[in-house]
Design a protein around this ligand. Structure first.
Ligand SMILES: [Ca+2]
Ligand SMILES: [Ca+2]
Ligand SMILES: [Ca+2]
Length: 462
């Protein structure tokens, strides 16, 4: 008996020794085989959190698969439906199913992944805000300017990209990357630094005012970028410079928009230099209006406001430029809350006047008033375009509305509601904008709006 007990004791000791040595590395049989707070689960040491996840996944997998039509619209949904079957995208809501007509409401009625696409009387988001199926991995961050091409697509700038956006919502990268640098080249090897402001060139390519690279670039429709005027660099040591001259010897500081004159020369909004510049076909850069930064009574470095002879005029935060067929130049001025006009043929070197708007020039406080000339008020106005009747449409960013300005300076609000700066798609009367910054005319009188803070390209279809 004692011998049997002894043998059992020896075997138990040996067993423990063998058990410890014969278990495969990384495996376990019980919690004491695992270090610290790890537990033994299915022969492996894992955390409690990992065990909880595995148990939940198993519970989910054990549930019976379903493929049912819950809302009775004839289209099924569920994880048990055979592959390839067109599924109801929300089987709890019978306004949504493949084959339904899209209507102007808050949902994707036809289950194509887009809400209110091109629906009449409606505002929709064409790109941004969410990653949709046909936009793949593309994400819109602080979009700034937009152009429409009659072939049915848009060019759109955001932080360091130039996007090509099709009307069905498909998006391609034309040039640029998420990196803020300077580099010419093609497609994804191109580098921009906060590009802002686009204009069609007479040869069908596009001009880009590359704000923090302080220069004007040209991009072909196949995405090849070259330099046009100014020394391109976003390095601090080249910031804050001003010089007229030829090509690379010219200096800009914070170029935010560009427009093409009837003679093919370019007008450039040199925002931080508070000057309006001109680039001729041979790359010569001159200053056509503005004296730059001047001292004012209260504090220094303010830029001020002064109409009159172009070479003595003062600007404060000019943002967007438009030209008409006679060569008159229109500027939206953010801090002065005004629309200014330059008539290059008046006086010795041209004359600057105010078309509409008024503000406390030192504080940059405008307001919101529809009216004519000085009675009208804006709040940080930005992008402008011509409508088909020759009026200016303007993104009044601070007021979160789109407004129309006639050539005699009468201002009327068309879309959005002042003071309600938020993103709301839906019927035009109920739609709201957050910070509209630029516009483009689209097909059939429709209008594209860059809603910067909402990270969206909006589409108004009247
Ligand atoms: Ca259904
Ligand atoms: Ca849809
Ligand atoms: Ca809808």
């Amino acid at each position: 008996m004692a011998r049997v007990v002894l043998w059992i004791g020896v075997l138990a000791v040996l067993g423990q020794v063998f058990c410890c040595t014969c278990r495969e590395k990384g495996t376990c049989e019980k919690d004491t085989h695992c270090e610290g707070v790890l537990v033994c689960f299915d022969g492996k040491c894992i955390t409690l959190k990992e065990r909880k996840k595995i148990l939940e996944e198993r519970e989910e997998a054990a549930k019976p698969k379903v493929c049912r039509d819950e809302d009775g619209d004839g289209v099924r949904a569920g994880d048990g439906c055979p592959p390839g079957e067109l599924l109801d995208c929300n089987d709890a809501d019978n306004t949504m199913a493949p084959g339904k007509s899209e209507v102007c409401d808050g949902v994707d009625n036809n289950c194509d992944g887009r809400v209110n696409e091109g629906t009449k009387g409606c505002v929709q988001t064409l790109f941004g805000g969410a990653t949709w199926g046909n936009q793949k991995e593309h994400r819109l961050v602080n979009p700034t300017s937009v152009l429409y091409h009659q072939d049915g697509y848009l060019l759109l700038t955001d932080n360091h990209h130039l996007w090509k956006v099709h009307l069905d919502g498909a998006v391609e990268l034309l040039a640029g990357s998420h990196l803020s640098r300077f580099q010419n080249g093609s497609g994804g090897e191109v580098r921009f630094s906060y590009p802002q402001g686009l204009a069609w060139a007479t040869d069908g390519n596009v001009y880009v005012s590359d704000m923090k690279n302080n220069c004007i670039r040209k991009v072909t429709l196949s995405g090849t970028a070259s330099s046009v005027a100014g020394f391109c660099s976003n390095l601090t040591k080249y910031a804050g410079q001003f010089a007229d001259g030829q090509g690379e010897s010219a200096r800009f500081y914070g170029v935010v928009d560009v427009a093409v004159m009837p003679d093919g020369s370019l007008i450039v909004v040199d925002r931080i230099n508070a000057r309006i510049r001109k680039v001729t076909a041979d790359g010569t850069v001159t200053t056509i209006a503005g004296v730059g930064s001047v001292e004012v009574e209260e504090g220094t470095g303010q830029i001020g406001f002064l109409d009159g002879p172009a070479q003595e005029a003062r600007f404060n935060d000019p943002q967007s430029v438009l030209v008409d067929y006679q060569g008159n130049i229109y500027l939206s001025e953010s801090f002065n809350c005004r629309i200014r006009r330059i008539n290059p043929k008046k006086g010795e070197h041209g004359e600057v006047s105010t078309l509409c708007g008024e503000s406390d020039t030192n504080l940059g406080i405008g307001g919101f008033v529809d009216g004519v000339g000085q009675r009208a008020k804006f709040s940080f106005p930005h992008g402008m375009i011509w409508d088909e009747q020759g009026n200016i449409l303007i993104a009044d960013t601070g007021n979160a509305v789109i407004r129309r300005v006639t050539k005699s300076g009468a201002v009327r609000t068309l879309f959005g509601k002042a003071g309600e700066d938020k993103y709301v798609d839906g019927p035009i009367g109920a739609a709201r904008f957050q910070t509209p910054m630029d516009l483009a005319l689209g097909p059939n009188g429709s209008l594209f709006v860059v809603d910067t803070a909402a990270n969206r390209l909006r589409w108004i279809v009247p």
